[in-house]
Design a protein around this ligand. Structure first.
Ligand SMILES: Nc1nc2c(ncn2[C@@H]2O[C@H](COP(=O)(O)OP(=O)(O)OP(=O)(O)O)[C@@H](O)[C@H]2O)c(=O)[nH]1
Length: 479
């Protein structure tokens, strides 16, 4: 970009030189006195208008009036820098070369033919401007032309360098091969590789290179690749805070906020569950994993505690708390589905005597044996036996009708007897026995579960009263 501008500056400077020469040339060519001079030459006109100072002020090295048929009417060469007359022979050569190319052919009256540019002469490259002679009002026939030329000097090259701030030197145009197609000053840099040095040519009016310029750029114009990279770096630098903010938000703050919200919900619900958040931040992921492991441990412990809280410590079967919970659920279930619900209460006979006689530890062992026997003799998954308290047990039976309850009670009576636990102090048997009382209800016999329980207790009382080692069933009409 910068290099393009620098080359453009060189181009503008060359054009300015040409333009300035062309304007001077036009002023002198389209002028009544010049028009008259070509037809009626006088010494006075030359003496008045083409003095040494004229060459200096116009910055020209030669002025030539060319008449019809390309005949030189008057000419003068004067090196306006070194301020001496040009060799006439040399002047003729230069002039002849230029005239051949620049003599105007058009005779239009509305437009004054003019040519300007560079031309290669046997003397060397020169800058020229030629204008058809006309009257001041631009009228008149074709009577000839006025030619100005200026030598291409080192100072011209220097001016280009100063104006464009480039280092420019003139190369040897003769060193160029015919195959070298060096571009002109203004040629685009787009297809050229980046370089600080390049060669450019100034072409003559026929399009042939006549001045070779070796150009060295002063500014280290970065190659496009670097510009893109710089641009990307700048964009990244601008975006970096947003990117970091996004990473921190999505990887840390959002999972953290959600995690905290979930933990608060867990606290409100009173139960722990694993966090589902994940994070690519290793430490934060470790924290989540550790928390989930903690949740798993706490949940397992809680389940164990809950199980313990519902179990009887001596026998391992359900305790009274579990019994009451299960009874409540069973009541709801059977009421909703109009199913029979039965409670069997049972008690070891004369257990005080057993303890007193055989000791408390033997009593514990007997209770454990009875509990195990009861559990083993309950057939269904829904059935439940619990230690109701002391040497008393309770059984819940869902969807079990009266004959089935009776059958089960007899089975349990027999099973405990078959344990053959010696009970010397029992007045009903030499072995440990139990008494059972049951109550069975469907939808209407009992208004509440407490009432059903009470009836089962009454039935047990009746069994005890009837001598023990037997089973009684409460009925809605007659117990
Ligand atoms: N070894 C032991 N004895 C217990 C346990 N729980 C209660 N007992 C005893 O069981 C006995 C119950 O006595 P009672 O309520 O008078 O009843 P019982 O002697 O069995 O007489 P009936 O029930 O009328 O046949 C008490 O002596 C309690 O100490 C226990 O966990 N282990």
């Amino acid at each position: 970009m910068l290099q393009t501008r620098e080359l453009h500056a060189v181009d503008i400077m060359i054009d300015q030189h040409l333009q300035q020469l062309a304007i001077s040339n036009y002023d002198y060519a389209v002028w009544d006195e010049s028009y008259e001079f070509i037809q009626y030459p006088t010494r006075a006109f030359i003496n008045a208008n083409f003095l040494d100072d004229t060459f200096t002020s116009l910055k020209i090295d030669g002025a030539v009036f060319v008449g019809k048929n390309k005949q030189i009417q008057w000419e003068r060469g004067f090196d306006y820098i070194e301020e001496h007359a040009l060799n006439d022979e040399l002047l003729d050569v230069v002039t002849a070369d230029i005239i051949n190319i620049t003599y105007p052919t058009s005779s239009q009256t509305d437009n004054v033919p003019q040519k300007k540019g560079f031309i290669s002469t046997r003397y060397g490259p020169v800058m020229f401007a030629s204008t058809q002679l006309r009257q001041s009002d631009r009228s008149g026939q074709q009577v000839g032309m006025l030619l100005f030329f200026r030598k291409i000097r080192l100072s011209f090259i220097d001016q280009l360098a100063v104006f464009s701030q480039l280092s420019i030197s003139q190369g040897d145009i003769n060193s160029l091969q015919s195959t070298d197609h060096l571009p002109e000053i203004s040629a685009s840099l787009v297809d050229e590789p980046f370089s600080l040095t390049r060669q450019r040519v100034i072409k003559d009016i026929n399009g042939n290179p006549i001045i070779l310029l070796n150009i060295r750029h002063q500014h280290n114009d970065p190659p496009p690749f670097f510009s893109h990279t710089l641009l990307i770096i700048l964009i990244v630098l601008i975006m970096l805070p947003f990117i970091l903010q996004g990473i921190v938000y999505f990887q840390l703050i959002r999972p953290l906020t959600r995690g905290i919200t979930n933990i608060v919900h867990m606290i409100h619900r009173g139960e722990l569950s694993p966090l589902t958040e994940t994070s690519t931040i290793v430490d934060f992921q470790k924290l989540i994993t550790s928390f989930n492991q903690l949740v798993s441990i706490v949940n397992q412990q809680q389940q164990a505690l809950e199980a313990l809280a519902l179990k009887d410590g001596l026998t391992g079967i359900a305790n009274r708390r579990a019994f009451e919970h299960h009874l409540s659920l069973s009541w709801s279930l059977t009421q909703r589905n109009t199913l029979p619900l039965a409670i069997v209460m049972l008690d070891i006979d004369f257990f005080k005597h057993y303890n007193d006689n055989l000791g408390h530890q033997a009593g514990d062992a007997a209770i454990r044996q009875v509990a195990a026997t009861l559990s083993q003799n309950l057939g269904r998954n829904d059935d439940m036996v619990a230690r109701y308290g002391g040497e008393e047990f309770a059984i819940i039976l869902i969807n079990t009708d009266i004959p089935q309850v009776k059958s089960l009670m007899n089975k349990l009576l027999l099973a405990v007897r078959e344990l053959a636990i010696s009970h010397p102090q029992s007045s009903v048997s030499s072995q440990l026995t139990i008494s059972l009382g049951a109550a069975v209800t469907t939808q209407f016999e009992c208004s509440s579960v407490d009432e059903l329980l009470q009836h089962a207790d009454q039935a047990l009382y009746l069994a005890k009263s009837a001598g023990r080692n037997n089973a009684m069933l409460w009925r809605s009409s007659s117990p």
